[in-house]
Write a protein that binds this ligand. Structure first.
Ligand code: DX5
Ligand code: ZN
Length: 220
């Protein structure tokens, strides 16, 4: 299995989302950033929009919840039919219970860590999740710079996944471009979210192909 490339539609044109998701049909998943203006100081869209996107998207949805009250709301995103629902570990006291609920609803269960959040409490629980998202910027906005300082944590999680022998996808999100994708890959990431790098140019499909080639390149 090669690298997964999940473009973030945070960098797309919100009034032309159907056109823009059609332009990234060569991606693995469509990354959907849900922000509530409480967990992060920015606001995007909610359940109704995610449900409609599901109808028109050529690829399954990888929903990234940057919201509070995930125990209350995350299951509803799984019920829209989203293939993957990732909540922040900082937003719940009951990550394992929530992950089990998401899985029982047919979604892949993901857990995200902000740059300042330690991975240790998670390392013995990896089998409860389908994806761990290591944020490589402070969540909230696209177009920020990749934080290399998060790479030791990424490598630590990769090592624990290998040790546990479970098939947990290891995702990075924030500031991923043709250069930083190789840094993240070398530290152990296999799933890459990119917003600006995909939509900033004139041809998203070309950007996806270039990112995929970079991520699938040989380790240094
Ligand atoms: C940031 C979001 C990211 C964002 C990435 O809070 O979670 O998914 O869209 O955007 P870029 O790739 O521009 O850093
Ligand atoms: Zn995201």
């Amino acid at each position: 299995m090669g690298a997964r490339i999940n473009p973030s539609i945070l960098a797309a044109d919100f009034v032309n989302l159907e056109r823009d998701v059609a332009s990234i049909a060569s991606a693995d998943f469509v990354h959907v950033d849900v922000m509530d203006n409480h967990f992060v100081p920015n606001l995007t869209f909610g359940l109704q929009m995610v449900g409609r996107l599901q109808d028109v998207s050529p690829r399954p949805l990888d929903v990234h919840l940057m919201i509070t009250d995930v125990d209350r709301w995350a299951p509803d995103y799984a019920k829209t039919g989203a293939a993957s629902v990732t909540f922040h570990s900082e937003a719940t006291e009951h990550p394992v219970e929530l992950a089990r609920t998401l899985r029982s609803l047919g979604a892949r269960a993901g857990i995200a860590l902000k740059p300042g959040t330690a991975a240790e409490p998670l390392l013995d629980l990896l089998h409860e999740f389908d994806q761990v998202l290591i944020m490589t910027v402070e969540p909230g906005f696209g177009g920020q710079s990749f934080m290399v300082s998060t790479m030791p944590k990424l490598a630590q999680v990769r090592e624990a996944i290998t040790r546990a022998g479970t098939d947990v996808w290891l995702q990075v999100d924030g500031g991923v471009d043709l250069t930083t994708i190789e840094i993240a890959r070398d530290a152990g990431a296999d799933t890459f979210v990119a917003g600006s790098a995909v939509f900033r140019g004139s041809d998203p499909a070309e950007q996806i192909a270039a990112l995929r080639a970079a991520a699938d390149g040989h380790r240094h």
